[in-house]
Design a protein around this ligand. Structure first.
Ligand code: ZN
Length: 208
């Protein structure tokens, strides 16, 4: 144990007890019961597949809401650990990208929840990562406040690819927190493919 771990010991993201990892043994068993790890392959979308770990309900929903809206930014370690331990990511992707939020939103929140997770996974699995490819240009109203049709038009044309040479002919893993209608990731995937990406697989913590 290093000095930092003595001053700031790891805590379980679920029960908040001090623990050896970000998910304690007890909560690991409980989470196993609700783990819904599933991959859906799409033929009619710009992204090729979507993998999620949980249904967006109960404790996972509470944790994601805390993580996103109540400054529990440290929970990225907890979510990343669950992804790393359950998903087979090694060697399947050339680069990992987060779904971006607008810079003003990031300034207000202090972080982009998908960026923290994407970066942590990349670090742990020795994968390439960039938050300098996909940019959100318009500070839109939150998707959660809209219906399906509104969600599609709300995200249309609001993303931009910069540094497209980084993704040329690459297999991309695109990270977001929640998948509802898929409008956001589909719009991101569209612009990524237009800029040369070979494949885009989406990974989210939860599916609503
Ligand atoms: Zn726990």
């Amino acid at each position: 144990m290093n000095i930092l771990e003595i001053i700031y010991p790891k805590t379980c993201g679920m029960c908040e007890d001090i623990s050896k990892s970000y998910l304690c043994g007890k909560c690991k068993l409980k989470l196993k019961e609700v783990l819904k790890l599933n991959t859906v392959v799409y033929k009619n979308k710009y992204f090729d597949s979507h993998t999620y770990l949980f249904k967006y309900e109960e404790k996972i929903r509470d944790k994601l809401l805390k993580y996103k809206f109540r400054d529990y930014s440290y929970l990225y370690k907890f979510f990343s650990e669950i992804i790393i331990n359950n998903c087979n990511l090694q060697n399947n992707y050339d680069i990992i990208l987060p779904v971006p939020i607008h810079k003003k939103r990031k300034q207000m929140r202090g972080y982009n929840q998908s960026e923290l997770i994407a970066k942590e996974i990349a670090k742990n699995m020795n994968m390439e990562y960039s938050n300098r490819v996909l940019i959100k240009m318009v500070n839109t109203v939150p998707q959660s406040s809209l219906n399906q049709t509104q969600r599609m038009s709300n995200v249309m044309g609001i993303y931009k690819v910069i540094n497209s040479q980084i993704i040329d002919q690459k297999r991309i893993l695109l990270i977001d927190d929640i998948f509802t209608t898929g409008s956001t990731v589909n719009e991101c995937a569209k612009i990524l493919k237009q800029n040369g990406a070979k494949t885009i697989d989406v990974l989210t913590i939860a599916k609503d």
